[in-house]
Design a protein around this ligand. Structure first.
Ligand SMILES: [Mg+2]
Length: 389
């Protein structure tokens, strides 16, 4: 045999934000709970399984959710708590796992390939799950399989609060009866095309000629053909605790218009704040960098109250920019960096207003995750762009 049997575990905390809220307020246990925005304009960020029974889903407008489940308890959660619990789970996994990837605030892949020589990977993973539950009190599910794609689907099937192993070599068999919509990346559009071809299950997909799938779906068809056979080679990306997140933009032509520069600065700040929230971190320092056409580069930073909020970062970034920028000078590159990460929870007294805003970011991030990172841009960025054209 050529390549060794791979063992990949995928862990996913069940309705993570709701589970944290239940831990903090046990009276919510067993009730239909929604973490999300206001009834008027917000969207559902996460909901409990009790709320799902009424047809409530993530990214659904809060209005619709409350029509379906009027008795739901709506919580406008505090992001710092989620960041703290995410960090706790990350630490437990980091202490045990030989190689792991943090795929999002509540999702992890662990590569256990080679472990079968001295331990049973399934038993090892069960013990790790027990430890996570014991220490954090949070429900978590896992799937163990020969690759990331199958492991993730197995986790989805194991939920809530369960686990599944797909025995080595049985990936294709496991997938066969499932609907094609289980495969990540199969959106509404792809689904429609597949249905029009009479392809509903993964087995039907696996039996559809590769050339036909490529003809109808291009590159997507090629990848779907592989996935339907249970083949997926994407590696587990080693997790490194980030020390900073940054983003920069080089302009195609040097820019002198201050408004245009600030618009870009806001966009970059929103982008880094989004990554920060995905990592479940709070940042205590923000820096802005400007590079001029002669490659001379200036940067300036400032300490802030640890935060993950756009509306705290943006004014700080603009202030730094104004301190730094010699008005009228052409700019070649603009950058924003967040650093001095902390896991310390913010004192509740600091929240009041913060909690209201943080729920909004969760909702926004969920929509970004679902529909792509450019799906949502705040009014300012959008408006400015329209004015530019
Ligand atoms: Mg989850």
């Amino acid at each position: 045999m050529g390549t060794p049997q791979r063992y990949i575990a995928h862990f996913d905390l069940d309705s993570f934000f709701v589970s944290v809220e239940v831990l903090l307020n046990p009276a919510l246990k067993g009730k239909p709970v929604i973490v999300g925005g206001s009834a008027e304009r917000g969207v559902v960020s996460t909901c409990s399984y009790e709320a799902r029974k009424f047809g409530v889903k993530s990214a659904m407008p809060m209005k619709t959710a409350l029509q379906r489940c009027p008795q739901a308890i709506v919580v406008q959660g505090a992001y710092a708590n989620y960041a703290q619990y995410s960090a706790m789970v990350t630490d437990i996994i980091a202490n045990r796992a030989p190689l792991f990837e943090k795929a999002s605030i509540d999702e992890f892949y662990i590569d256990l390939t080679g472990m079968d020589k001295y331990d049973d990977p399934f038993q090892w993973t069960i013990r790790l799950r027990d430890e996570i539950i014991q220490i954090t009190g949070l429900p978590i599910s896992f799937g163990l399989a020969g690759n990331k794609m199958v492991a993730k689907i197995a986790t989805d099937m194991a939920k809530p609060n369960g686990y599944i192993q797909v025995p080595p070599g049985k990936e294709k068999e496991f997938l066969a009866p499932l609907l094609v919509s289980r495969i990540s990346g199969v959106g509404e559009h792809t689904l429609q095309i597949l249905e029009s071809m009479g392809v509903h299950t993964i087995q039907q997909l696996s039996q559809t000629p590769r050339s036909l799938l490529i003809h109808r779906l291009g590159k997507m068809g090629e990848s779907l053909h592989e996935k339907a056979q249970g083949i997926h080679t994407s590696p587990v990306q080693p997790f490194h605790e980030a020390k900073s997140v940054s983003s920069e933009h080089t302009f195609e032509e040097n820019i002198t218009d201050t408004e245009a520069l600030i618009t870009e600065l806001v966009r970059l700040t929103e982008k880094v704040a989004y990554s920060l929230r995905q990592d479940g971190q709070l940042a205590g320092c923000i820096a802005v960098k400007i590079r001029y056409p002669d490659f001379e580069t200036h940067s300036r930073q400032t300490t802030i109250t640890p935060s993950c909020r756009d509306d705290e970062f943006i004014p700080a970034a603009i202030q730094l920019f104004q301190d730094l920028y010699a008005t009228g000078t052409p700019v070649r590159l603009l950058g924003v960096k967040l650093s001095e990460f902390t896991r310390e929870p913010i004192q509740p007294s600091l929240f009041e207003d913060a909690a209201k805003k943080q729920h909004l970011y969760q909702a926004i991030d969920d929509v970004k995750n679902k529909f792509g990172k450019t799906a949502l841009q705040k009014a300012r960025t959008v408006k400015k762009k329209n004015n530019d054209t």
